[in-house]
Design a protein around this ligand. Sequence first.
Ligand SMILES: [Zn+2]
Length: 374
Amino acid sequence: MQTKCHPLVSTTLGTSRELVSFHFGDARKGETIYLQASLHADETPAMLTAWSLKQRLAALEAEGRVRGEVVLVPVANPIGLSQHVLGQFLGRFEANSGHNFNRNFPMPSAAALIERVSARFSSDDAAHNARLLRGALVDLLGETRAKNEFESLRLALLTLASGADVVLDLHCSLEATMHIYTSPASWPAIEPLARYLGANGVLLATDSGGQSFDEVHTLLWNEVRERLGEKTPLGAPNVAATIEHRGQRDVDYDTASHDADAIVDYLIARGVIEGQAKDAPPLAQPATPLAGSQQLTAPVSGIVVYRAKVGARLKAGEPVFDIVDPISDAVTTVKTTNDGVFYMRRAIRFVYAGAPMGRVTGEKAIRSGVLIGA
Ligand SMILES: [Zn+2]
């Protein structure tokens, strides 16, 4: 295991932070898999899963079983981890700028990438073209100057992932069942992982409008492939996904071990780790469009009493939650209009009118525009 430290821009005199990455195996021998955890810093289940995975990868490497390279960043957001205001942990947005740590990643454009290496493309060697373009991506990112600590964190993460065949971004939700966000292009390659993890929902979107970490990788390689056309083959698979390791409080050894084992099983099935792949269990739920997810909101303010359990499979018309007004005695019931899985909900039990309350998967697209929340 190689450990690499990536210093971030220092925000104020006398302070410094760094990103630490762990590298297992050898990229020349097979695929490169990139995993990072807790880009939203207050999403701790992902960090514990990454720690479990780190122990497994160290043992597998010692046994000589890592065929390609696995790059692991178990603490992807040292800035967010330091943000505590009046006892509250604020890990989703950068306190100084208000920016969401997982939105609007500044990926170089496909045109710039192609322009840099187009004279050296091969007409029949897809792997050569992929290497060229990935090298160009690292160069372009290396030429970008980060103005502040926030930008330097994002640049370091993008650079670490830029050579990967598979990018897995480990997060969690507020109260949630295990679910995955990915693109239709990545889905066939992610499907075995969903089965090993026991994902209770898979949300598909090509462009959710958020420019999140996993999505900017997929979008870039989709566009590169489209611009190159059939004359220039490209070997890089554009596989990227965000894994939601249930809810923020689902932090325990058994769960983290289960998820780390599932990731190892996936890497074995993919051939990055030597071994006999376990049979993947059947998919718990079919993949559905992210645009089909119903976003429930609170019509009024009051005390929230959830009537549907997280992870429950609901039928259209079933109640999801009540809002109780202890002054007027009004009880407002909100029902789902989807047949689907109630895959995430809020953690706080008092709400304001208009608050987002939870999401239910659905097979038919009912939304457009930006498909993910702030
Ligand atoms: Zn997150």
